[in-house]
Design a protein around this ligand. Structure first.
Ligand code: ADP
Length: 288
């Protein structure tokens, strides 16, 4: 029996979009068209699908989006030069480099070419560093921001003093989510592939965030009864998206649970476009 409350990302995304549309209309009324450039290197089908999903939301909330395509064999220097040129363009408010990059290219050697104030995916080391300070970070990477937007509406909010467990320590999800949870004064355990007895750690979690990319890694019987579970996993299995949490069993023990699809994903796109509006608003203010 399903007893968990479903944390519905599509409904939250629709709510958030209304706020973004109003903010973009306000900017347009001042003659500012909020604009996002997505730099894509090579042609990866998964990337193309992601960019299309951002395009659909951008259109709904009134953000202009352009894809800047570079060839598969573009060098680090080519990519950096393009990012530096786009960063310098006053008509551009948000700039992101689509990942994954082709083999041999490393975001670590490139991301600092994105101006920090336009870095809407929070990839520049300056913005990554700001995350470690907790409060006051303007451009939080989209997926971690989406996790926090869902948690803000959960029964476990505020998180101060809560037992939070994160599964995964990647630079794009697990680690930044851990920093944001610490920023909310949760007691945070970061688990990963080398963790001994994952099951025991998961069993302590009042708030569980799973970003391992392993379908069905977490079984419902592992959960602390009533836990709030955010499933960031999206792996294509037999042509359908699968989360890292076994949904059917988790729905019997969790207090709240995000579905896959329809949980973190739709909120992530909105979080990215929210960053474009934040950047455009801040840039507009700094010009006045
Ligand atoms: P994402 O981009 O979703 O964070 P990555 O593949 O970059 O995915 O990172 C996966 C993370 O999940 C790594 O930190 C890895 O250690 C962790 N992980 C993968 N498999 C397991 C597992 N079986 N148990 C615990 N952690 C795992």
């Amino acid at each position: 029996v399903t007893t968990a409350r479903i944390l519905d990302g599509r409904t939250l995304a629709a709510e958030l979009r209304a706020d973004l549309s109003a903010r973009s209309a306000a900017l347009r009324a001042r003659g500012i068209v909020p604009r996002l450039i997505v730099v894509v290197v090579g042609a990866d089908p998964a990337s193309a699908a992601y960019v299309r999903s951002i395009e659909r939301v951008a259109e709904k909330v009134g953000v202009a989006l352009a894809v800047d395509a570079l060839p598969l064999d573009a060098s680090d220097r080519d990519i950096r030069e393009r990012l530096i040129a786009r960063s310098a363009d006053p008509a551009v408010h948000g700039l992101m480099l689509q990942q994954p990059l082709p083999p041999g290219r490393s975001i670590r050697k490139i991301a600092d070419a994105i101006a920090p104030e336009k870095d809407v995916d929070g990839s520049n080391p300056v913005n990554q560093g700001r995350l470690a300070f907790g409060a006051g970070t303007a451009l939080v990477p989209a997926t971690p921001a989406a996790v926090m937007l869902l948690l803000e509406r959960s029964a476990k909010w505020p998180l101060a003093g809560r037992e939070a467990v994160v599964v995964g320590r990647s630079a794009v999800v697990g680690l930044p989510v851990s920093l944001l949870l610490v920023g909310e004064r949760a007691t945070v355990t970061v688990t990963h592939r080398a963790t001994v007895d994952l099951h025991a750690h998961v069993g302590r979690a009042e708030v569980l965030v799973v970003a391992a990319g392993v379908p069905g890694l977490i079984h419902g019987s592992w959960l602390r009864p009533g836990a709030t579970v955010i499933d960031v996993g999206t792996t294509v299995v037999d042509g359908a998206l699968a989360g890292d949490v076994d949904f059917a069993s988790a729905a019997e023990t969790a207090g709240e649970l995000t579905p896959v699809p329809g949980g973190v994903g739709p909120v992530t796109n909105v979080a990215l476009l929210r960053n474009v509006l934040v950047a455009a608003e801040r840039l507009a203010t700094s010009l006045n």
